[in-house]
Write a protein that binds this ligand. Structure first.
Ligand SMILES: Nc1nc2c(ncn2[C@@H]2O[C@H](COP(=O)(O)OP(=O)(O)OP(=O)(O)O)[C@@H](O)[C@H]2O)c(=O)[nH]1
Ligand SMILES: [Mg+2]
Length: 658
């Protein structure tokens, strides 16, 4: 390998530096401008300034994968810190990679994102991935960009459903793993037991010998340390960075080949438009190069590269060249899809792309046809909604959008209700109003029989709630495959139709007072499991449009639970509460007390209304019945009947044969 002959001295950011080295072409020297000063490496150089044959040897591409909340993004913070990405006195937000508003608000990662640290003269490209099962598609596609993975496992919780899913994907791609058992600071954590559980998982998932011999490290991402052996003195993240350099191989790429890159991710920039993100598999690309974009159907389009981006620390930097092995972003596209090949020569073949797991649920997105349309949102037309959904489909491989047979209604398919809720939440922020239906599962016909998706479900419950949870599980057609009792809890493994899982978390939280923990994972398609009655309650439906009065609500709350409070605007067909019985009860929430000569309107003052139940978007989507919608606007979430007028509902029910 080529090594620099003379180690450059310590420099300050902005100063210039000449680096001499031997190369296959003889003695060479390159001039650099020092970017920043980092720990361990003494300085940080723009990666693009390395000559490309040196580059790929100096790059490590790594994805951080885990179950939700096991600490991936917190770990990335610490790696960036150790790599000198932050100035000594810089105030940095926690979980800097969770940069989307919605990510910060929900405290979870939604989109996979790239960054890099330069440590001991090596560029470590890191991809932070989401851990929530609904965003599994994001994880699958980044596997093609990296040469190794860091599997993070919580030292208390141990491997969970999504640990299994992401590890299986990584192992089947032949990637080498490093295991980081995180949160050893947690009380009652059991890193030794978790170590053994992870090894068992490796066996179960048929890891090859090299993968099975993965190094295990332990630590606390929150407190900023990693150790090789339990009991070692906790200091910093250096053991983890050293392990990455030792264990993760440099990318296997050919710097001498023509330029080739697989589009693994798409980002959007308001100035340059679509950005193709991926690892360069061969050759180099320069700003203003003419390259080819090969679509999945084989058509080739000539593109002029307008910008090259590199990802470093919390920044995106412009670069003059993208070199083989590096993960870069390219701009210059009017249209682009994930999975497409970019290449320098017209005759180059397209690269194969990993097929990712298909969506399992589908929902309707419809134009808001309620009387309050346009009150909160500016983007309400069918065309605006269609364009927004199409844009989402481009950047989000696991979402599919289709037109339905009805005007202004689109079908959106995804991996789970959470994924769709996130999309709706983003649309609300952008000023959209939209109606969304309850999710239905996507069925398949196999040998003439209807098959539906099934999932593995893992539950952990307080023991005393076991009976009631089992009852709900069996009503939802769950079949228990394993059960273990622990001193304070019970763990259950079950196989359940995806259909039975819709709204299940809501029940679980109610039955266990929020103490139940669940995770689930797509298993396979199996024959339809038969009827499942998911919601046993009916609704209280408004008969009139107007303002809800305390007087009316006071009477209504004796019938059921309220979703609204006095003073809120309501409309005919809107759902204002839950009826404990299965049918829908028409009520008038706008009714006012008849005024007599002596009584005044202010007489409602003494009325005590119970606080209304406010469902979050996710819960609301799973709560509603098939003939209902959630109306999502920038400021309000309302539940309503699909057909607002009772006579239309009757007609519809009749034609559906109910
Ligand atoms: N006690 C303890 N808590 C930690 C540690 N690392 C992370 N956490 C906490 O765990 C929670 C989840 O951390 P994240 O870094 O967001 O987890 P994540 O794996 O990125 O989560 P997703 O991206 O949503 O899958 C946060 O509240 C962190 O503060 C740790 O080492 N010890
Ligand atoms: Mg995260």
């Amino acid at each position: 390998m080529n090594r620099p002959r003379r180690k450059p001295k310590y420099k300050i950011p902005g100063s210039s530096l000449t680096w001499c080295f031997r190369s296959p072409k003889g003695k060479q020297s390159v001039n650099f401008t020092v970017w920043a000063v980092g720990e361990g490496s003494s300085f940080i150089l723009p990666p693009s300034s390395f000559p490309s044959f040196l580059m790929s040897q100096n790059i490590r591409n790594l994805a951080i994968i885990a179950h939700v909340d096991h600490g991936k993004t917190t770990l990335v913070d610490q790696l960036l810190r150790q790599g000198g990405a932050f100035r000594a006195n810089q105030v940095v937000a926690e979980r800097v990679m969770d940069s989307m508003d919605l990510e910060r608000e929900k405290g979870i990662t939604i989109k996979a994102k790239n960054t890099s640290v330069l440590w001991r003269d090596k560029i470590i490209n890191i991809v932070d991935t989401p851990g929530h099962a609904d965003f599994g598609g994001e994880v699958e596609r980044v596997m093609k960009m990296v040469d190794g993975v860091m599997l993070v496992v919580d030292a208390y919780d141990g491997p969970q459903a999504q640990t299994r899913f992401v590890l299986r994907k990584a192992l089947s791609q032949g990637l080498l793993p490093i295991v980081f058992i995180n949160k050893i600071d947690r009380e009652n954590s059991n890193p030794k037991k978790v170590h053994d559980q992870v090894l068992e998982l490796f066996l179960e998932l048929h890891a090859n010998e090299e993968q099975f011999n993965a190094p295990f490290l332990y630590g606390s991402a929150r407190d900023g340390y990693a150790v090789r052996e339990l009991g070692d003195e906790p200091k910093d993240m250096i053991p983890l960075l050293e392990t990455i350099l030792l264990r993760i191989p440099p990318p296997k790429v050919d710097p001498a080949a023509p330029f080739t890159m697989l589009v693994s991710n798409i980002a959007w920039d308001d100035y340059v438009g679509r950005i193709a993100i991926g690892k360069i598999l061969g050759g180099e690309v320069h700003g203003s190069d003419l390259i080819y974009r090969v679509s999945k159907d084989g058509t080739r389009e000539r593109i002029k590269v307008t910008k090259i981006f590199e990802y470093s620390g919390t920044h995106t930097n412009d670069s003059v060249v993208g070199v083989a092995g590096n993960i870069v972003g390219l701009a210059g596209f009017s249209d682009l899809d994930i999975g497409e090949t970019l290449c320098g020569k017209e005759e180059q073949p397209a690269l194969p792309f990993v097929e990712i797991d298909p969506p399992t649920i589908r929902m309707e997105f419809a134009v808001n046809d309620g009387p309050f349309v346009g009150r909160d949102g500016k983007l309400v037309t069918s065309r605006q909604i269609r364009e927004r959904l199409e844009k989402e489909q481009k950047g989000n491989v696991s979402i599919q959008v289709e037109e339905s047979e009805r005007a202004g209604v689109y079908y959106v398919s995804a991996r789970g209700a959470m994924q769709i809720a996130v999309l709706v939440e983003q649309m609300r922020r952008e000023g959209f109003e939209v109606l969304v239906s309850r999710p239905v599962v996507i069925t398949k016909s196999i040998d003439g029989k209807t098959n539906e998706p099934f999932e593995n479900l893992w539950l952990e419950l307080p023991e005393e709630t076991l009976g009631s949870v089992m009852k709900v599980l069996s009503a939802r057609k769950g079949a228990i495959s394993n059960m273990e009792t622990h001193p304070h809890s019970v763990t259950i493994e079950a196989v359940i139709p995806t259909r039975g899982l819709i709204g299940f978390e809501f029940d679980l939280m109610n039955l266990t007072n929020g103490r139940g923990v669940m995770s689930h994972l797509f298993l396979e398609y199996r024959p339809h499991a038969g009827e499942i009655t998911s919601r046993l309650t009916g609704t209280l439906v408004a008969t009139d449009t107007g303002v809800a009065t305390s007087y009316a609500l006071d009477q209504i709350q004796e019938r059921g639970k309220l979703f609204i409070t006095a003073g809120e605007d309501v409309y005919q067909g809107m759902i204002v509460g839950e009826n404990p019985r299965a049918d829908d009860l028409p009520i008038n929430p706008t009714r006012e007390k008849q005024l007599s000569n002596v009584r005044s309107k202010g007489e409602g003052k003494g009325i005590q209304l119970t606080p209304p139940i406010k469902l979050t978007l996710e819960r609301a989507i799973e709560y509603i019945a098939p003939d209902e919608y959630v109306e999502a606007t920038p400021k309000n979430l309302r539940l309503r009947k699909k057909f607002l007028r009772p006579e239309d509902r009757k007609r519809e029910a009749k034609s559906a044969g109910v």
